[in-house]
Design a protein around this ligand. Structure first.
Ligand SMILES: Nc1nc2c(ncn2[C@@H]2O[C@H](COP(=O)(O)OP(=O)(O)OP(=O)(O)O)[C@@H](O)[C@H]2O)c(=O)[nH]1
Ligand SMILES: [Mg+2]
Length: 298
C-alpha cells in the first residue's frame, strides 16, 4: 500500500517512540527514568490517565512477558483507550451537520467525505450554511466543482438555518443519498452563534423527521488540551455524535486522539493526516497506535 499512516504520523512517532527508544536504550529497561518517561508521554498529549497507566504497567509487562517494549506499549495503549460504540442509521438522504471552531478543518473534511461517498457512487449534496464569510461559499464551490458535487449556497446575509432546511428538502425531493451541511467556524463561547447551530439542528428535523443523522465536531489535533472544553460547549447547542480530529500530520502531539477518544465518550469517526484528498481516514485504534509508535503498517 502506497499510503503510509506511519509516514503521516512521523512527527508524533519521532516525539514519542523515538524519544522513548533513546531513553530505554541508555539503561537496562527496569531502571528507566520514570520522570523522563512521564515527560515524554505527556509531551505527546496522551493525557494523565493513559500516561499513568503506561508508567504503572509498562516496566512490569516487559519484565513478565519478555516482549519488546514497543509491542508492550502498543498493547497497553490499545487496552486502555476506551472507544465508545457507534451505530450508523440508514437514511436517504443521510444528513450530516459539520461543526467546529474557525479553521479546524470543517470544509476540507466535507470535501474529502464527499469525495469518498462519490467513489461509492453516492449522489451527494453539500450545503454552505456559513453566511458570515463570503469566502466560505466560494471555497465550497471550488471544492464542489473539482469533485463534480452538487452544492447549495446563498448570498451572504441570508439565514444559515434556511439554507440547511432547503438542503435537506432538496435532498429528499431530488433523490440524494447524502446531504452534508457546512457551518461557520465559531468560538463555542459565543451564545448567539451556538443558538444558530441549535436552530440549524432543529430545522433539519423539520425538513426530515430523523435528520440530522450525524453531527460531526471537527477538532484541530494540534490543540489537544482544549478539545474537552470545546466539545462540552458545542454539546450545549446540539448533540455531537462523532469527532473528526484533523492536522495530525503537522503535530508531535498525536497522542491527543487517544486521550480524546477516552475522555469525551464520543466516537472518533475520522482523522485528518494531510491536505490531500486521500488524507481523511476512518479511525482505527490499532493501526493508529502502531503508526504512532513507528511500527510497521499492517
Ligand atoms: N496538514 C493538514 N492540514 C489540514 C488538515 N485538515 C485541514 N487542513 C488545513 O487547515 C486549513 C483550514 O481548513 P478549513 O477546512 O478551511 O477549515 P474550516 O474549519 O472550514 O475553517 P472556517 O470555515 O474558516 O471555520 C486549510 O488550509 C486546510 O488545508 C489536515 O488533516 N492536515
Ligand atoms: Mg470552512
Amino acid at each position: 500500500m502506497a499510503f503510509s499512516l506511519k509516514g503521516k504520523l512521523r512527527r508524533s512517532s519521532d516525539a514519542l517512540s523515538g524519544k522513548l527508544g533513546r531513553l530505554f536504550g541508555a539503561a537496562a529497561f527496569e531502571d528507566a527514568d520514570l520522570v523522563k518517561m512521564e515527560e515524554i508521554l505527556l509531551g505527546s498529549d496522551l493525557g494523565w490517565e493513559l500516561t499513568e497507566k503506561v508508567i504503572d504497567e509498562l516496566p512490569r509487562k516487559v519484565r513478565r512477558s519478555g516482549m519488546p517494549w514497543r509491542e508492550a506499549l502498543a498493547l497497553i495503549l490499545i487496552e486502555n483507550t476506551l472507544l465508545p460504540e457507534f451505530e450508523t442509521v440508514a437514511a436517504k438522504p443521510f444528513v450530516t451537520v459539520v461543526v467546529g471552531v474557525n479553521g479546524a478543518g470543517k470544509t476540507t473534511t466535507i470535501a474529502r467525505l464527499a469525495a469518498r461517498l462519490q467513489r461509492r457512487n453516492e449522489k451527494v449534496l453539500i450545503a454552505c450554511a456559513d453566511t458570515f464569510r463570503a469566502a466560505a461559499a466560494e471555497q465550497l464551490k471550488i471544492w464542489a466543482e473539482r469533485l463534480g458535487t452538487a452544492v447549495l449556497t446563498q448570498l451572504p446575509g441570508s439565514d444559515a438555518a434556511a439554507i440547511a432546511f432547503d438542503a435537506v428538502k432538496r435532498g429528499l425531493s431530488r433523490d440524494y443519498d447524502s446531504v452534508i451541511i457546512d457551518t461557520a467556524g465559531r468560538l463555542p463561547n459565543k451564545k448567539g452563534l451556538l443558538d444558530e447551530l441549535a436552530k440549524i439542528h432543529r430545522v433539519c428535523g423539520k425538513a426530515m423527521e430523523s435528520a440530522p443523522h450525524e453531527v460531526l465536531l471537527v477538532l484541530d489535533g494540534t490543540v489537544g488540551q482544549n478539545a474537552r472544553a470545546q466539545t462540552e460547549q458545542f454539546m450545549k447547542a446540539l448533540p455531537v455524535t462523532g469527532l473528526v480530529v484533523t492536522k495530525l500530520d503537522g503535530t508531535a502531539r498525536g497522542g491527543s486522539v487517544l486521550a480524546m477518544a477516552s475522555q469525551l465518550s464520543i466516537p472518533v469517526r475520522y482523522i485528518g493526516v494531510g491536505e490531500g484528498s486521500e488524507d481523511l481516514l476512518d479511525f482505527n485504534l490499532e493501526s493508529y497506535v502502531r503508526a504512532l509508535l513507528g511500527m510497521a503498517d499492517e
